[in-house]
Write a protein that binds this ligand. Structure first.
Ligand code: HEC
Ligand code: HEC
Length: 492
């Protein structure tokens, strides 16, 4: 939800209004073509046709939200274009020599890949000022890079770059370690760079300690969201990594976040991303309207369709089993869509509980009473029983699975005993047999993997918060039935 303190604590303070004065009111100025274009990008498969005027307004709001995310800086800049282009100089061998020998273009590609950043899909709004920027960062008026929501919420799967897809490649910690190292190498570092080594950002690429960033930053805000640095930090800080949920399911859900404690009507909750100390409470509150647009954008997204072959007969069998065993929690799909918004008690679900334990009833209560929940008017579940069973639309694309991203494929979700203790993905491989990430499996972390950066390219379920256990409901199915359900899941 939020970037770590050190990310946002550095650099020059920027008033967003200076950069894109033209956006918010573009609500009245968006023409139909632009809108269609934005919809096309936002909705890789199928776009809602705007028939009623309400729908037209919603479409416009969605387009404005998308543009805001790609052009307006809500947090401080992190580094310059130049620093990013020279990061390779602090890489280990042989990567450094390879980068040195590469052309500038290849080097750029290698750099983006190392940190889990992607190009912006063709036609993405942003204009000239954003030329050449990855989806996950924007360029501010001083030509510096500012992280945006797509760092965690936009990525690639099976050859497609999809805004709203959890970024299962994002190597936030590695990027920050390299940025820090490159500042040390020039002597151009600040105390904040030093502090940056303290707060863990994520131990496995593709997942981040985002929930704890939010807990920490929120602790220093009063009920109105105003900064108060004298407030104590919480006693309980369970650092753990979470896999962002896909945005296209937000519109279907009544509640958001893994434990479903905040209403999906609550756009203010999303402003927590910008709670770093550079932003006053007044600044955060001034973005209320922006985030109505951002929420409209999020709710406009449609799940991407499975791009490979599907055995429709087998899938039809799978649907019957799914409806018997899975639908009570995950709902039904197709003509008769239902979605129960069910919280499943933590003992019953049995997946990793660090995320559940990391937010206390006191934390949720303070959130409920604050401006971020409209002073109690926006519903908050202060004591959720467990995790929310998410909708499974587009589930083929959002691997790895569960809130902590511990399970690499849907086959592994279905076959509990076979879930790997340690796995490592390939860069772009998609496993159409097991439906999900193409991975190599290990019983333990290979002994020669000692470097912290390399460790983060493995998912080690033995680490705190990373268990792949639980959710044993598929055990009610025979192996053939599981195969059929797996086929059916491709169709959602
Ligand atoms: C550092 C990574 C990161 C960044 C940056 C980030 N998010 Fe998230 N986001 C997450 C994670 C992780 C979750 C899941 C949190 C949980 O379950 O408690 C999440 C959850 C959400 C959800 C709820 C989705 C659901 O279905 O429950 C929304 C909506 C959302 N983020 C929007 C945003 C917006 C808008 C921004 C930018 C203003 C943003 N996020 C920036 C990581 C991030
Ligand atoms: C009793 C409720 C319940 C039943 C029954 C159930 N699930 Fe789930 N399911 C959940 C919950 C809760 C989660 C979220 C767990 C987490 O993230 O830790 C989940 C997560 C999942 C996920 C991962 C989704 C993601 O985006 O990460 C898949 C896939 C899934 N379930 C498939 C199934 C299938 C297939 C069945 C039937 C064989 C099934 N579930 C039965 C409650 C249920």
């Amino acid at each position: 939800m939020n970037p770590p303190r050190n990310k946002i604590a550095r650099g020059i303070f920027l008033s967003a209004g200076v950069i894109v004065p033209a956006i918010v009111f573009t609500l009245s100025g968006v023409n139909a073509q632009d809108k269609a274009k934005a919809q096309g990008i936002a909705q890789p498969h199928g776009s809602a046709s705007a028939s009623g005027s309400e729908e037209v307004l919603e479409d416009k709001a969605a387009q404005v939200g998308f543009e805001l995310l790609l052009t307006r800086p809500y947090v401080n800049s992190e580094f310059t274009d130049e620093l990013f282009s020279n990061l390779w100089k602090v890489w280990e061998e042989p990567a450094r020599t390879e980068a040195e020998r590469a052309t500038a273009e290849e080097r750029r590609e290698m750099t983006l890949r190392r940190y889990g950043l992607t190009a912006r899909p063709d036609g993405t709004p942003g204009g000239k000022s954003q030329h050449g920027m990855p989806l996950q960062y924007l360029r501010n008026a001083d030509n510096e890079w500012v992280v945006n929501c797509f760092s965690c919420h936009g990525g690639k799967v099976a050859g497609q770059i999809i805004p709203g897809l959890p970024n299962s490649h994002f190597a936030m910690q590695t990027l920050w370690d390299d940025v820090r190292a490159s500042r040390f190498s020039t002597g151009d570092f600040s105390l904040k760079d030093l502090a940056g080594g303290v707060l863990p950002m994520g131990n496995s690429n593709g997942t981040t300690n985002a929930v704890i960033f939010g807990v920490l930053l929120g602790a220093r805000r009063d009920i109105h969201g105003d900064l108060d640095m004298t407030r104590p930090l919480p006693d309980l800080l369970l650092h753990h990594d979470v896999d962002a949920p896909p945005w296209w399911n937000v519109k279907k859900k009544k509640w958001m976040y893994a434990d479903g404690f905040v209403s999906t009507e609550n756009h203010r909750s999303l402003i927590q991303f910008a709670m770093g100390p550079e932003n006053s409470g007044a600044k955060l509150r001034s973005w209320n309207r922006d985030f109505e647009f951002v929420m409209a954008y999020i709710k406009s997204l449609e799940p991407p369709s499975y791009p490979f072959e599907i055995d429709s007969e087998l899938a039809a069998q799978g649907e019957r089993h799914f409806n018997q065993v899975c639908a009570e929690c995950h709902g039904t799909y197709g003509e008769k869509e239902t979605y129960p918004n069910r919280h499943v008690p933590i003992e019953e679900i049995g997946t990793d509980r660090a995320r559940y334990d990391s937010l206390t009833p006191q934390h949720r209560q303070a959130f409920a009473e604050s401006w971020f929940a409209d002073y109690g008017r926006s519903p908050v579940v202060t004591e959720p029983e467990g995790y929310l069973a998410p909708p499974l639309d587009g589930v083929w694309a959002s691997a790895p699975y569960f809130h902590n991203g511990a399970v690499p494929t849907l086959w592994h979700v279905m076959n509990i005993q076979q879930r790997p203790a340690v796995w490592k993905r390939t860069e772009d491989g998609y496993d159409t047999e097991r439906v999900g990430l193409e991975v190599t499996e290990f019983e333990t972390l290979p002994a020669n993997v000692t470097d912290a950066r390399v460790k983060r390219t493995y998912f080690d379920t033995g680490l705190f918060g990373k268990s792949a256990s639980g959710h044993d409901f598929p055990e009610q199915l025979t192996p053939e039935q599981k195969r059929a359900v797996l086929e059916y899941l491709k169709t959602l």
